[in-house]
Design a protein around this ligand. Structure first.
Ligand code: FAD
Ligand code: NAP
Length: 463
């Protein structure tokens, strides 16, 4: 009997399970997840007003209920949980699909000690009800925030700006937490600055997400034409040439900059300013009741140097300050190691060749150990990107099965399946409870009201 453990119940783990089930008719699969609940960033990352994307859980549910799949929730691998060695000893193969649960540092002094400077990951986790992030609601006091600066201009930055800008009725029907709605209702945010260190041609957001901002009912998007000119180096022009998606997004950015913004509403709830060619150098702060709170960011203006597709931002020595009461660092997620000898600390990913994990001390493939998803390739790509990635890793596993490299295991129960494990039937109790609570949630009924405490999830699961 061969049983594979997939560590992490996010998209990459589910797609790996899907293709393993398809390619091998007898393989058994355990999906091992740190939290009681599955779906990774589809539950805790994808914005609540993007329910079409979250709909992918219907595909994942089919995998969870497959007769050869078991869900083992509430089991952490590494850290204080079960060791990788332990889990490897009782499975034919292990696939590390545990994503990226930390943040890249900005490396600006005091970024971890000033109140209201936080990662976009924690902000997103807050409005999505991630247990580790619910305390953000006690920190940020949106009723006292007029200006927000978001550093980084990827799609996560756009998500944060959009959630801060939407009217509450536009967040229905969603699964945003009620506590976030209550805080957003009190918000006094007027201006949101989205800051890119390079130019508009290198901006990381995609056209659909950018266009969505320009169509918000009560928000006006502003872009400075001079900043666009400064970013339009000969190398940037080359980057746009013969690149249709880039041409389209640059055209739309130009349209907004010349004032033909699609949403030139009379009444504006708030403004979103896209700023380019700026890097933060320090935080300004003020003392409020003995607490150092952010009051602004000092930026250095940049220029671009280098060849097309390799342009870098370098400082010009000219500085500027944006006053603000909240800073969201949206410069990327970061994976953490669960074992040192397989982790590359430069790229913050697991060492691998086509999904087969490689020990960096011996430079040898670790037999029966594989990786997939953000922890394999870094924190970029949409849900669908994990399909091709999973196929690559599954190909390696199937080759190893066919060449006899994957061992059989005794058909005993997994040592991580204990009375405290959240199995599928237990998870379904949490799922049903959340859907029920959503129907009665205040101030608006919702698709679900997420349980945000692990303790309460476990209680509900064991009822
Ligand atoms: P994850 O989804 O992070 O899953 C990893 C899983 O592993 C998690 O469930 C985690 O709890 C678990 N885990 C972590 N550590 C351990 C451990 N030690 N032991 C056991 N389990 C562990 N893509 C889109 O297509 N559309 C969108 O609208 C979209 N919005 C996004 C919004 C945000 C804020 C972010 C960050 C990403 C978004 N994406 C979106 C991208 C998409 O979410 C990712 O491509 C995808 O989730 C990556 O899948 P993954 O399985 O590698 O990681
Ligand atoms: P991202 O797209 O990689 O964007 C990161 C941003 O941070 C870039 O603008 C980058 O600029 C900047 N940055 C990095 N280091 C910096 C530094 N030290 N100082 C200043 N800026 C810095 O990442 P993301 O926004 O976290 O998104 C992660 C992935 O999820 C992406 O692939 C995204 O498309 C996906 N996602 C998709 C959706 C959607 O489809 N709706 C929604 C959310 C997320 P440089 O380019 O100069 O490095």
């Amino acid at each position: 009997m061969r049983r594979i453990a997939i560590v992490g119940a996010g998209p990459s783990g589910f797609y790996t399970a899907k293709y393993l089930l398809e390619k091998n008719a007898s393989l058994l699969i355990d999906i091992v997840e740190k939290l009681p609940v599955p779906y990774g960033l589809v539950r805790y990352g994808v914005a609540p007003d993007h329910q079409d994307v979250k709909g992918v859980v219907e595909t994942f549910k089919q995998i969870l209920t497959h007769e050869r799949v078991r869900y083992l929730g509430g089991v952490e691998v590494g850290g204080k949980g079960v060791s990788l060695q332990q889990i490897r000893s009782c499975y034919s193969g292990v696939v590390l699909a545990y994503g990226a649960s930390s943040d890249i540092d900005l490396n600006v002094p005091d970024e971890h000690s000033i109140k209201n400077v936080l990662s976009a990951r924690r902000f997103v986790g807050w409005y999505n009800g991630e247990p580790d992030c619910v305390d953000v609601g006690n920190e940020i006091n949106l009723d006292k925030v007029k200006n927000v600066v978001i550093v980084g201009n990827g799609n996560v930055a756009i998500d944060c700006a959009r959630i801060l800008s939407k009217n509450i009725d536009e967040l229905h029907p969603t699964d945003i937490t009620s506590s976030s709605i209550s805080m957003l209702l009190k918000s006094s945010v007027e201006n949101i600055y989205i800051i890119g260190r390079r130019g508009h041609v290198q901006a990381s957001f995609t056209i659909k997400e950018f266009r969505e901002l320009t169509k918000l009912s009560a928000t006006k998007v502003h872009i400075d034409k001079d900043e666009l000119s400064r970013g339009l180096t000969a190398a940037s022009v080359k980057e746009i040439e013969n690149n249709r998606p880039k041409t389209r997004i640059v055209d739309l950015i130009n349209t907004v900059a010349v004032g033909d913004a699609i949403n030139s509403n009379e009444f504006q709830k708030n403004n979103i300013y896209f700023k380019f060619l700026m890097s933060p150098t320090s935080f300004l702060s003020e003392n409020k009741n003995g607490v150092k709170c952010v009051s602004g960011i000092k930026f250095e203006k940049n220029k671009l140097i280098g060849d097309a597709l390799h342009q870098k931002a370098v400082g010009t020595g000219i500085h500027d300050v944006i006053p603000c009461q909240l800073v969201l660092k949206s410069i990327g997620y970061k994976s953490l190691p669960i074992e040192n000898n397989i982790f590359n600390y430069q790229s913050n990913t697991i060492n691998h060749i086509n999904g087969r994990v490689v020990d960096k001390t011996t430079n040898q493939v670790v037999q029966g150990l594989y990786t997939v998803g953000w922890v394999k390739r870094g924190p970029t790509g949409i849900v669908g990107t994990n399909i091709t990635d999973a196929k690559d890793t599954v190909k390696a596993i199937i080759e190893d099965i066919e060449s006899g490299l994957i061992k059989d295991v005794a058909p005993n129960e997994s040592p991580i399946l204990t009375s405290t494990t959240i199995t599928l039937d237990k998870y379904e109790k949490i799922d049903n409870e959340e859907i029920e609570r959503g129907k009665n949630s205040m101030p608006i009924p919702k698709i679900r009201e997420k349980i945000t405490s692990i303790e309460e999830m476990i209680k509900t699961a064991n009822r």
